[in-house]
Ligand binder design. Structure first.
Ligand SMILES: NC(=O)c1ccc[n+]([C@@H]2O[C@H](COP(=O)([O-])OP(=O)(O)OC[C@H]3O[C@@H](n4cnc5c(N)ncnc54)[C@H](OP(=O)(O)O)[C@@H]3O)[C@@H](O)[C@H]2O)c1
Length: 310
């Protein structure tokens, strides 16, 4: 069992990672930014990771063996509006933290994104040249480079994910469930392909990567892919709604400021070979997403964010 430091512990990935790490028996220390979170058995601290004094307090308090760096400016439209903040959080901070982890003798994994590719071709391997299309993607790619040069033993995990979040509104899976429940008219892109992994499954894979002592760049996604429209239809079917309420549309008609890569299918063969087993498929992840819902998991997450003064 390890002492695990998780940044971005109020975020979609970080919060679920904290839950899964604690469930796996690790000693967990979570860092949040503006939001306060309480999870039984997890030490939580609020800190602005751009502040060196706050980071020094964090390293001292957590004394981690493993660090999973999930904090980021992960909203694509916000990155277009605030490119300097995106640079600081997504490009510069990962390198700083990777260097600090090295100095502290801790293993480090940086969470990156499938969006580093332009999505013109799909089926990308770790060897393929990225071509980012947005401020978010550009700064995330710069973050990968900063981590690799500051700490060559670090891991960089390119991900795409879905799951249940604190706000109940962070992931595409939640977008479809919320809209279906509200009876709202929904749209799904038929021309954007992706390979999202359930955050809870991603957590387990990251721990295996530490246990196997891997380092370097890995694609950590579902082993298969589908369009965002098909993803919505699968969710409607699983949750007992009429899939016909989801209108198939093209991303070109969506009026988004940040450009989206149309085919973000990524190969996961490198990680499957290193771990000795295939990665989960999207339908397996969706089945677990539904099972978590049935077990009241979203309410548990919501409660983690409802901190009342003593
Ligand atoms: N969501 C996706 O579909 C997706 C896809 C591909 C890659 N990724 C990558 O996966 C990682 C996790 O994404 P996510 O969706 O979990 O992100 P998220 O839900 O937006 O959470 C971002 C986290 O970063 C924290 N944070 C931001 N600025 C901070 C600061 N200055 N100091 C301390 N903490 C700060 C936030 O804290 P507060 O909220 O408390 O301020 C929050 O916990 C990111 O690296 C992202 O780029 C995500």
């Amino acid at each position: 069992m390890a002492r695990v430091l998780i940044t971005g512990a109020s975020g979609l990935l970080g919060l679920n990672l904290a839950i899964e790490a604690q469930r796996a028996g690790h000693t967990v220390f979570g860092v949040t930014g503006s939001r306060q979170v309480a999870l039984e058995g997890v030490r939580m601290m609020q800190a602005d990771l751009l502040d060196g004094t706050a980071r020094a307090r964090m390293w001292e308090a957590a004394a981690p063996e493993w660090v999973v760096h999930c904090a980021a400016l992960a909203d694509l439209e916000a990155c277009e509006r605030e490119p300097e903040r995106a640079q600081a959080l997504n490009a510069d901070l990962p390198g700083t933290l990777a260097a600090e982890a090295k100095a502290a003798g801790a293993r480090f994994v940086h969470i990156s994104t499938d969006a580093v590719f332009d999505g013109e071709r799909g089926d990308y391997t770790e060897e393929d040249a990225p071509n980012p299309l947005s401020v978010y993607a550009e700064t995330k790619l710069a973050g990968e480079g900063a981590v690799a040069s500051a700490n060559p033993a670090a891991l960089v995990a390119r991900v795409n994910l879905f799951g249940w979040s604190l706000s109940g509104q962070r992931s595409l899976g939640e977008f479809f469930v919320n809209g279906l429940r509200a009876g709202a008219p929904l749209k799904g892109f038929t021309d954007v392909y992706f390979s999202p992994l359930l955050v809870n499954d991603l957590a387990g894979l990251l721990f295996q990567m530490f246990e196997k002592d891997l380092h370097g760049l890995y694609h950590v996604l579902s082993r298969d892919s589908m369009s965002k429209y098909a993803f919505g239809v699968r969710i409607a079917e699983l949750f007992g709604y009429d899939p016909a309420v989801i209108a198939p549309i093209s991303v070109k008609d969506a009026g988004l400021a940040a450009r989206r890569s149309p085919n973000l299918t990524l190969k996961t063969d490198k990680l499957a070979a290193a771990l000795g087993h295939p990665l989960p498929g999207i339908d397996e992840g969706l089945a677990r997403f539904h099972a978590l819902y049935e077990a009241g998991y979203p309410a548990r997450l919501k409660a983690a964010g409802e901190i009342r003064p003593e």
